[in-house]
Design a protein around this ligand. Structure first.
Ligand code: HEM
Length: 206
């Protein structure tokens, strides 16, 4: 799918762009030339569906909770916390995995070194022991410690960009739409990604 990336070199890319910077770093010998395509592919693959799904999940949740849409319009300072709650409530990446390096014990279970474990972000984000009334969508909760961007040294490298994009899109919608009405959402069927294939939306202008 991303085979065309393999034939790129620096001059194919816009000066000042992130892609150009990656190839220039290779020309300076800071990274291997063979790392350029995988690095760009990692960002393209990781950064598109995730962000699209986060924003469409946000529109669906806010349209179906009109009192919270009204509260957000009255106080746009709630937007960063709203994004956290959207990500907690409907994690665009539901599961991820890790390979265990040393034997681990969790309760009675023993996980041997070298085994692959699946981390259920979507489940952790709805853990009642951590988030009271976890199945309730609440834009005032501001769950800054949600797991939807992963955790640790490999946590999402694009989370800042994702927040900038979602703030721009939802901020514009807040300013321009007084009311949102949605038709029947068609869910995207996938074991990892939680999002929508289709969401008919009617916006009443502010
Ligand atoms: C709401 C949108 C997004 C969500 C929910 C999301 C979620 C995730 C998750 C769960 C991981 C795995 C973290 C882990 O292994 O612990 C990840 C990794 C990553 N994400 Fe995102 N992501 C989003 C947007 C983006 C964007 C916009 C970019 C870049 C343009 C991006 C680039 C990456 C990269 C490069 C990694 C790999 C980091 C590493 O392995 O060190 N992501 N993301």
């Amino acid at each position: 799918m991303f085979g065309w990336l393999l034939s790129l070199d620096a001059t194919d890319l816009v000066p000042g762009s992130m892609g150009r910077a990656v190839f220039e770093a290779a020309e300076r010998g800071e990274i291997g030339r063979e790392s350029c395509a995988p690095l760009l592919a990692a960002y393209v693959v990781a950064g598109i569906d995730t962000t699209i799904n986060a924003m469409s999940n946000a529109v669906l949740l806010l349209a179906t909770h009109p009192e919270q849409w009204a509260a957000l319009r009255a106080d746009p300072a709630l937007l960063p916390g709203t994004l956290n709650e959207v990500l907690r409530y409907d994690s665009p990446v539901q599961v991820f995995s890790r390979v265990v390096r040393t034997e681990q014990r969790i309760g009675d279970a023993v996980i041997a070194a070298g085994e692959r474990v699946v981390l259920l972000y979507g489940s952790g984000n709805r853990d009642e022991a951590h988030y009271p009334d976890a199945d309730r969508f609440d834009i005032r909760r501001n769950p800054v410690d949600h797991l939807s961007f992963g955790y640790g040294v490999h946590a999402c490298a694009g989370q800042g960009l994702a927040r900038i994009e979602a703030t721009a899109v939802l901020g514009a919608l807040l300013r321009h739409a007084r009311h949102l009405e949605v038709g029947t959402p068609i869910r995207h069927l996938n074991n990892v990604i939680r999002g929508l294939d289709r969401l008919p939306v009617t916006a009443t202008p502010a």
